[in-house]
Design a protein around this ligand. Sequence first.
Ligand code: 5RP
Length: 230
Amino acid sequence: MRFSETEPAMTQDELKQAVARDAIAHVVDDAWIGVGSGSTANFFIDELAKIRHRIKGAVASSVKTAERLKSHGIPVDELNNVGPLPVYVDGADEVTEHGAMIKGGGGALTREKIVAAASRKFVCIVDGSKLVDVLGKFPLPVEVIPMARSYVARELVRMGGQPELRQGFTTDNGNVILDVRNLKILDPVKLETEINQLAGVVTVGLFARRGADTILIGGENGVRRIDVRR
Ligand code: 5RP
């Protein structure tokens, strides 16, 4: 934390680390925890390792997360074996104060959405740069079955977006990602539903129907907490 104006500003990584540390207070003892993907989630895994004796283990939202958890000696199991979970902790690419998010910058959106759906509480951990009034500056990731790529892209153009295939990337589920710019996301729940319904779409990276319950935001003056009312 920054204590005086003369101290240098915290880096984005330091902010992510601070918020990851704060999220440990949301871990439920003697239970399995859902763990997300990305650099902020990685900091959380490093913190979780310090209290690993307090939990049964973790359900990972990506192969990379599973590997990092295991490298820290944290047991990893399948959601099918241990769900539902009390808590899911994950980062976001953008989040509003209402708990709606864009996720999938790292391409793990489908498993993230599944683990989030099977968890009672979603704790979103972000640095302050991710908090926005309106979603959509960050390109919206959409995971698509490969044979539906062109069809889905045309439909997304019809909706006003500019989809671009994420080059050289295959998801943990063997699919491709279209990153969509230029969408006006004024009603995230409606758009999430519409894109989800396109044939060939596996998951859209809008997390609004099941958004975050608690948002922890790392800033220069400490970690701010928002509990979302529904
Ligand atoms: C991965 C995600 C991540 O949560 C999101 O991309 C944020 O990543 P980072 O913490 O590295 O900024 O959705 O699919």
